[in-house]
Ligand binder design. Structure first.
Ligand SMILES: [Zn+2]
Length: 297
C-alpha cells in the first residue's frame, strides 16, 4: 500500500511571522487601550495581531510600523467564535453556523474558541464542534483558561475532529485580558508576503504552527517520512488518529516513517522546558486504496 503525504508547510520562499489573533482591550473587558496593546506586541517581535474584542469591532487601529493588524472580533451568544479579517461587526444572536457563514461571507476566517473552558470542561460541546462547517479550526491552547475553570488545552477535541475526517487547523492564543496573559500562546506563520492578505492566506492553508514557547525550524516531508527540527525541544511526539502516540524521541530533531497504523493524519508535538510546547498542523495521509482521507474538507 503506497501512501502520499500532504503537508501544509512550505520548504522555501517564506519567512516565519509570529502572531496572536485573540486579544481584548478596553473596548470590551481588557485592561489596556488598543494602541498600547498593539505596541506591546510589536515591541516583543510579533509580526501580526488581531484585536478581537467581545462583540465589538475595534477598528481601525493606529498600529506601529511593521506590525500587520487584522480586524476582527469574538462573537458570543453561544460558544465563542473568533471572526478574523472582517471589517464589520457580526451579530451574536444567531446560530453558530450563521456566525461562521457571515464571517466567511465578509472575507474572513472563523476559529472555534476554548472548547474545554468551564466547570464542565465543555464550553464548546463536541457534537456542535463536529456539526459546524466552514471554519478554519479550533483553539487547541487558550491562555486565559489556564487561570480559569477547565482546561486551556484542547488537543483531545482536535484529535476527535481530525479522526472523524473533519478538517481543522490548531490555534494557540493569549486571549489577552491583562498583561499577565501576554505571550502565553501564539502562532508562527509561514508568510510569503508581510501583509494582511499574506497572513490570512497562510492561516487558511495551515502554513503555521501553534506554540507556548518552543520554536519549530523546519518540517519536511520526503516520500513516506516526516522530519522535524525544533531547536529547543527536549522531546518530540508523533501522534496519529484518535490521539494515538506513534513514536517519541528525547531529542530536538526526529523523523517518522509512515507504517500503516496512523489513520488519516500525523501531527507533531515538540515539548520543551517548563511544559512549553509547539504543535504542528496535521500532515494528511492519502493511501491509494483510501480516497476517504480528506473527507469533510
Ligand atoms: Zn476572548
Amino acid at each position: 500500500m503506497s501512501a502520499k503525504l500532504i503537508s501544509p508547510y512550505l520548504t522555501s520562499g517564506y519567512e516565519w511571522l509570529r502572531g496572536n489573533l485573540h486579544t481584548h482591550t478596553t473596548r470590551s473587558d481588557g485592561s489596556q487601550d488598543p494602541e498600547p496593546t498593539a505596541r506591546m506586541y510589536a515591541d516583543a517581535g510579533y509580526g501580526f495581531l488581531c484585536i478581537s474584542d467581545h462583540d465589538t469591532l475595534t477598528w481601525p487601529i493606529a498600529g506601529p510600523d511593521g506590525l500587520v493588524l487584522i480586524p476582527g472580533l469574538e462573537v458570543a451568544g453561544g460558544p465563542h467564535i473568533l471572526a478574523v479579517n472582517v471589517e464589520r461587526p457580526i451579530g451574536k444572536d444567531q446560530s453558530r453556523q450563521a456566525v461562521i457563514d457571515e464571517a466567511v461571507a465578509a472575507g474572513g476566517i472563523a476559529v472555534l474558541n476554548h472548547p474545554n473552558w468551564g466547570f464542565d470542561f465543555n464550553h464548546f460541546p463536541q457534537d456542535q464542534l463536529e456539526a459546524l462547517r466552514g471554519h478554519v479550526g479550533i483553539e487547541i491552547y487558550n491562555g486565559v483558561v489556564d487561570a480559569l475553570e477547565g482546561s486551556a488545552l484542547a488537543t483531545d477535541r482536535w484529535d476527535q475532529l481530525l479522526s472523524r475526517g473533519l478538517h481543522a487547523w490548531g490555534f494557540a492564543h493569549d486571549d489577552l485580558h491583562d498583561e499577565r496573559l501576554f505571550a502565553r500562546g501564539w502562532l508562527m506563520a509561514q508568510v510569503t508576503e508581510r501583509t494582511r492578505d499574506g497572513v490570512i492566506e497562510a492561516l487558511r492553508r495551515g502554513r503555521f504552527y501553534a506554540s507556548t514557547g518552543v520554536d519549530i525550524r523546519r518540517i519536511t516531508v520526503r516520500a513516506d517520512t516526516i522530519s522535524i527540527e525544533a531547536p529547543r525541544a527536549q522531546r518530540i511526539r508523533f501522534i496519529g488518529a484518535w490521539g494515538r502516540l506513534l513514536h517519541e524521541a528525547d531529542d530536538w530533531e526526529a523523523g517518522y516513517r509512515i507504517g500503516g497504523r496512523e489513520g488519516a493524519y500525523v501531527r507533531i508535538e515538540c515539548l520543551g522546558r517548563g511544559g512549553r510546547c509547539a504543535w504542528s498542523q496535521p500532515i494528511y495521509i492519502v493511501r491509494e486504496d483510501d480516497d476517504q482521507a480528506e473527507g469533510g474538507r
